[in-house]
Write a protein that binds this ligand. Sequence first.
Ligand code: MUC
Ligand code: MG
Length: 372
Amino acid sequence: MSAVIQSIDTQLVDLPTIRPHQLSMTTMACQTLVIVRLRDSDGIEGLGEGTTIGGLAYGPESPESIKRNIDTYLAPLLIGQEASNINALRARLARHARGNMIAKSALETALLDAQGKRLGLSVAELLGGARQTHLPVLWTLASGDTQKDIDEAELRLAQRRHCDFKLKIGARSVAEDVAHVAAIKAALGERASVRVDVNQAWDETSAVRGIHALQEAGIELIEQPIPAREHAGLVRLANRFRVPMLADEAVQDARDGLDLVGAGFGGAFALKIAKAGGPLGAIELGRLAQTAGIGLYGGTLLEGTIGTAASLHAWATLGEMAWGTEMFGPLLLKDDIVAEPLDFHDFGVELPSGPGLGVTLDEDKLAHYSRQ
Ligand code: MUC
Ligand code: MG
């Protein structure tokens, strides 16, 4: 069953969010997905998605650069190549193009989707098989308003949709952030796990002050308190506090994971397909963490359904993750571009079944939300 990659098309899709989503570096009212459609000579189409947060606010790739770099540089490296040897295609992209991990993740996802469809296997089966099919999913409270966040958490608990909450902080002063988080934790009590994501906003001294107070307030996990490259500082914070540190921006791939483990980091790692250049790189980091006894967390860059499904297939192969997942991206968007949305219930989501990602496009919706 051999096929050649014939064409790769990319589209920018702008979807409004259900409410403003406030992070330390930007407030989002809309999410832009870069949708990849990869067609092979046997007529099979693979879908992929490359998505970031807030244009260039989160990282060095923007939706526009992802699209342009796929169209100009990455797609030509793949077109005409044999479609089914994904390891070889991944190596080819790595050899001829540096960085651009989100763009590479979108392409690798499309290759996996196509190969799964070709063989009649789900992406998780292609990757060795799923060890779980219902994955826990937390919700991020980021309206910027304490009472609105509490009301939102109460609603999600009552709906049995989420019982773990992540609060985005770092845009305001440490004292204001701590008061906001402590009020939410006090309102929810033992009914919910409350964590924070600082998205690199603090220096180490502010982090010591902030984390001390957050630990006292009963917060369970502190995500990326200081800048990504400050590995030594993150190790110091992890050693200093009882509350665990979650490395996110600090750990893009297995290379970073190895450095942090080597430096004595004992916290947890957030995996994201977008950081590692696709599901395969994220699984490499996950396996390294499992070998080193580091707890895992399934992370998102707030992808829509295609990127979320690709991540779920990867996380499912790793077995239970100590800190669950945050694969709620589609729920933050007002609408979707797929025919069948993911099934969120009982504090988690079902792994989609069917060949490939198990996701089909709704062509009308795609056309409606595509940027002209
Ligand atoms: C991040 O840094 O974790 C994940 C959830 C959310 O609200 O933002 C993202 C990015
Ligand atoms: Mg994070």
